[in-house]
Design a binder for this molecule. Structure first.
Ligand code: GRG
Length: 313
């Protein structure tokens, strides 16, 4: 990833080295993930959990959480247990999504899927253990964060993981396979299956720092834009990128007869829509980008929004 210099539009001299930021944040997240699993027993369960949690991935969700915490004036390290929890929930959703009863995939993050290595029952249980461990990370392993802020985080995580988020989106996605789907339904699927967890990432980071209503509302709008754009780009990459680069099976949407943005709008219009959504997302943060510290604090989230549409995997 090349270094990206970005400006907020108020001070054209302000520069932000996104490449260096991303690399440093990823390394901190990887270290935290590595240390996050305790002496889970039995050992076979621990191994299956670690296999998927430490399999790489862009780590976009924890980084969004840390960046939102810093935008709200908090110490990123205070948000690290929550950032790890978000990646645990995301990893659980990938393990379950790959199961034969769902998307039935063999390849994830460049390696055989969890159930291919540990069997279906163990993969389901490893996902369950990661999901529950995520809540433990917040409730019992977040020193220095006031209890009412952790309660707000638990609330966001519950909404994002459950029927109002990932599960609801996945159910509608599965129900729609092989059917004609309109844009409204597709948007519902994307906002729930993918957008809800991205929304939780920025809101949780902001809650840890005790953000006020105006910033939470701005971040909610930001998250809607990047959530939809993220899934549109995912749909585009499914058509245009190789399995080798993606680390997961390319062309799956066509095989599963899923409706996607490229199918409904074509590649060009889909990309335009993703660009417009990212522009909307960035605009929602403009009020918090006052010259000086505000500019520096908002720069990572602005650059992360751009990264969502420029990524190649
Ligand atoms: C059991 C509570 C519970 C929920 C599971 C299976 C399921 C319900 C939901 C599926 C959610 C899902 C897998 C959505 C797709 C989101 C998506 C585009 C994932 C890819 O994210 P990347 O590209 O992956 O950030 P990396 O590997 O980089 O982390």
């Amino acid at each position: 990833m090349a270094a990206v210099a970005t400006t907020t539009g108020r001070d054209r001299d302000f520069e932000f080295d996104f490449g260096a930021y991303l690399e440093s944040a990823r390394q901190r997240v990887e270290a935290a993930l590595d240390g996050s699993l305790g002496p889970e027993r039995p050992e076979s369960l621990r191994e299956a959990m670690r296999y998927s949690l430490l399999a790489g991935g862009k780590r976009l969700r924890p980084i969004l959480c840390l960046a939102a915490c810093e935008l709200a004036g908090g110490e990123a390290e205070l948000a690290m247990p929550t950032a790890v929890a978000l990646e645990m929930i995301h990893t659980m959703s990938l393990i379950h999504d790959d199961l034969p009863a769902m998307d039935n995939d063999d390849l994830r993050r460049g390696r055989p899927t969890n159930h291919k290595v540990y069997g279906e029952a163990n993969a389901i249980l490893a996902g369950d253990a990661l999901l529950t461990r995520a809540f433990e990370m917040v409730a019992r392993r977040s020193p220095g964060v006031p209890a009412e802020r952790l309660l707000a985080v638990v609330g966001e995580l519950s909404l994002a993981a459950g029927a109002p988020g990932l599960v609801g989106g996945q159910v509608v996605d599965l129900e729609c396979e092989g059917k004609e789907v309109d844009l409204e339904t597709l948007e519902y699927i994307h906002l729930h299956k993918t957008g809800a967890l991205l929304r939780a990432c920025v809101l949780c980071g902001a809650h840890i720092a005790g953000a006020g209503d105006a910033l939470l509302a701005g971040l909610g709008t930001y998250a809607r834009g990047i959530g939809l754009a993220f899934q549109i780009i995912d749909d585009i990459l499914d058509v245009t990128a190789s399995s080798e680069v993606l680390g997961k099976t390319a062309g799956k949407d066509l095989t599963a007869d899923k409706t996607t943005y490229p199918k409904l709008l074509g590649l060009e219009e889909s990309r335009q829509r993703a660009d417009a959504l990212v522009a909307e997302a960035k605009a929602a943060l403009a009020p918090f980008a006052d010259a000086g510290e505000g500019q520096a604090r908002v720069a990572p989230l602005l650059a992360l929004a751009d990264y969502i549409t420029s990524r190649d995997r």
